[in-house]
Design a protein around this ligand. Structure first.
Ligand code: PEP
Ligand code: MN
Length: 309
């Protein structure tokens, strides 16, 4: 990609002469500072295939599982249950970004192995967080999707290495990041060679304390105007409280997100992290049932959009 700066006629003339140059397929004018991820660069949605799921396609995708992988029993039981309830991707953190250094930091490599075992048993694809550029190749051996946590959204060294990891990446919006900053971080990954990026709204910091974060639901239509990348909502980290999760999941479907990522635990009161916001298995089943009608509407809307395109 060649960037051309300037205004008015200069740029137009420059684009025309570039386009007339042998070997140039097309010259595209992109005014946004993020080029590859901009809708100006590519109109059609990016579709990311992992296992049975097509993220950005014509199904609303559900990723579900515990905040942290804790034991074989816990991850296997959760994986079987979320698969039976309609999830196609299993979440579970093996490297955990904890505010306190004294809190559980994750099972690391052993956790990754358990996730792979759960994938084998259920057919679910696996999404898990990578916290450091040094862990990228290890995590990529086990994960189908590499998760970049909110706290690492601007870890540019990590983003650059993820550009070469050969796996799709889910980039979570930073705690106080603007949408433009989120897109610029996505641009890092794509510019370094990896076009398979999805974005995740997981709530942002505001003055409000009734919820853990404030879910910026309008980020979905804003992002849909600005980028072709899929957008995922994380209702669990957005609200921080189990009873509020289904309402935000419903909003995610209604607002046209491509999918959601939800925390589920067989015994939330015993969870080593994020128990308060984790749905029980039964709660997850009920939520998935409640969402069925909304998901049908979602599908009709997406199909008519694809038909027009
Ligand atoms: C998580 O998904 O468990 C997590 C730590 O999320 P976030 O980076 O959005 O806080
Ligand atoms: Mn969590």
């Amino acid at each position: 990609m060649i960037g051309v700066v300037g205004s008015g006629g200069d740029v137009t003339a420059c684009l025309e002469s570039l386009e007339a140059t042998p070997g140039v397929e097309k010259a595209v004018r992109i005014s946004a500072p993020y080029k590859f991820v901009s809708k100006e660069f590519r109109k059609e949605r990016t579709v990311i295939k992992v296992g049975k799921a097509e993220i950005g396609g014509d199904e609303f995708i559900t990723m579900a599982g515990p905040c942290s992988v804790e034991s074989e029993k816990q991850i296997m039981e959760t994986a079987e249950a979320v698969a039976a309830a309609g999830a196609t991707i299993l979440r579970g953190g093996a490297f955990k970004p904890r505010t306190s250094p004294y809190d559980f930091q994750g099972m690391a490599g052993d956790g990754l192995k358990l996730l792979a075992k759960a994938r084998e048993a259920t057919g679910l694809a696996v999404i898990t967080e990578v916290m450091s550029d040094q862990d990228v190749s290890l995590v990529a051996e086990y994960a189908d999707i590499m998760q970049v946590g909110a706290r690492n959204m601007q870890n540019f060294a990590l983003l650059k290495v993820l550009g070469r990891c050969g796996r799709p990446v889910m980039l979570k919006r930073g705690l106080s990041a603007t949408i433009k900053e989120l897109l610029m971080s996505a641009e890092y990954i794509v510019a370094h060679g990896n076009p398979q990026v999805m974005l995740c709204e997981r709530g942002i910091r505001t003055f409000e304390t009734a919820t853990r974060n404030t879910c910026d639901i309008s980020a979905v239509p804003v992002l849909n105007e600005l980028t072709h990348l899929p957008v995922i909502i994380d209702p669990s980290h957005a609200v921080g409280k189990r009873s509020l999760v289904p309402a935000i999941a419903k909003a995610a479907v209604a607002v046209g997100a491509d999918g959601m990522i939800v925390e589920v635990h067989p015994c939330p009161e015993k969870a080593v992290s994020d128990g308060a916001q984790s749905l029980t298995i039964e709660g997850f089943r009920e939520m998935m049932q409640m969402l069925q009608g909304y998901q049908k509407l979602w599908k009709l809307e997406r199909q008519s959009e694809l038909a027009v395109a």
